[in-house]
Design a protein around this ligand. Sequence first.
Ligand code: AHR
Length: 501
Amino acid sequence: RTARLTLGPAFTVGDVDPRLFGSFVEHLGRCVYTGLYEPGHPAADAAGLRRDVLALVRELGVTLVRYPGGNFVSGHRWEDSVGPVADRPRRLDDAWHSTETHRFGLSEFHGFLRALGPRTAPLMALNLGTRGVADALRLHEYANHPSGTALSGLRAAHGDPEPFGIRMWCLGNEMDGPWQTGHKTAEEYGRLAAETARALRRRDPGAELVVCGSSGRSMPTFATWEATVLAHTHDLVDHISLHAYYEPLDGDVDSFLASAVDMERHIEEIAATCDHVAARLKSAKRIGLAFDEWNVWYTSRRRERGPGPDEWPEAPRLLEDHYTVTDAVVVGSLLIALLRHADRVRLACLAQLVNVIAPIMTEPGGPAWRQTTFYPFAQAARHGRGRVLDVRVDAPVHRTDRYGEAALLHATAVRAGDGSVTLFAVNRSRTEPLPLDVALRGLRLTDVIGHSALADADPDARNTLDRPERVSPRRVAGTVLRDGRLTTVLEPLSWNVIRLR
Ligand code: AHR
């Protein structure tokens, strides 16, 4: 059966906030060390940043980078990461059972962003696990105050006279998780987050603050955590965080391919929870959703041992997932889910950027390459700009064990300022091609600029050190736009980008 949908300019979801295409750099495994930063590498610049990785990050189109954690931040002392590198302490990182050398720190991160260019902003996470209000204010003064105070002077003495200008802050990380250093109850965290937010707001009324939501939809306190935390912070923060990682459980690939069903419910449930709190407070304010950790994460769990109880390695290989074509199709579908909720999801971070559950891989002293998941992100970041059209799909369904009936077609469309439209579509069937028929009403579209698809006869195909270009999107022929009707066929298990003008 054919999948059908209608696109028109009058039915829209909302404008895409470019920060939907954010990513995440944590001091975890080889994300930083031998990932984006490797002094002595043939491609390294004078600051030790790998130029080959910088080029790939630019190509990926990342607009926002969350830093420095993640679980890492909850034991982090920011002052260890500034000043002369030779004087920086080596410390135990309890989150990842590693040794942190602090050779890369706040100033180096700022240099990394500068090297990427002005379109990439920082999202700085504060330690509300082992630290609190006073320390958040000290970091803010060091990072953002122009001059004339102890900490702004220290920054200048460290070689950074200009402030870093950080406008977006996460008030801790996953504070609902018992694994988090300094884990708190919702009441304890809500109070601490409120006081930290109040103090930061006095410093910088324009700062954008993200309060911690649940670390996952399966947490026992999911939604009640958000309601309690927001009861304390609703009027003080701008966004609440959502985190989700997806995997094929018990080899159930059809449910895995429908992971976006779970992501869309997650978004809708937390939006409803925020609005419930707003209703209780008689507030017209709408809290934004910050999906600041999302991805597919499982292949490394099956392979990696991780450091033993007496081992505290430097930059070990951790969470190095090697992504398949199937994983890329799921990532594409998750991007579609974010775009379909562009009215509420203001920012999102693919976790993470390099080596650690990442779209970019590197080999120490060797090359950098694109994982399969690189492509859907790069294409969405490039073409998913403008206004999201409301896409209601009429498509065949199939049964999944986790989500019941799931439509075989998952799709969204974005209309750019110049009137061109990009349709993003996933065929979730692993075996059947899916004919697609799109009615275009009032959009004045006459040409197919291009149709690219990521699909492969081998759903487990991946890009590796030995075959870094095994998988990439291909041009699709036979997609036709005539008299306001687009017709095409989506290959089984495929991520598709169809551009129209
Ligand atoms: O992204 C990897 C880890 O997943 C992060 O450190 C943590 O916040 C989450 O549990």
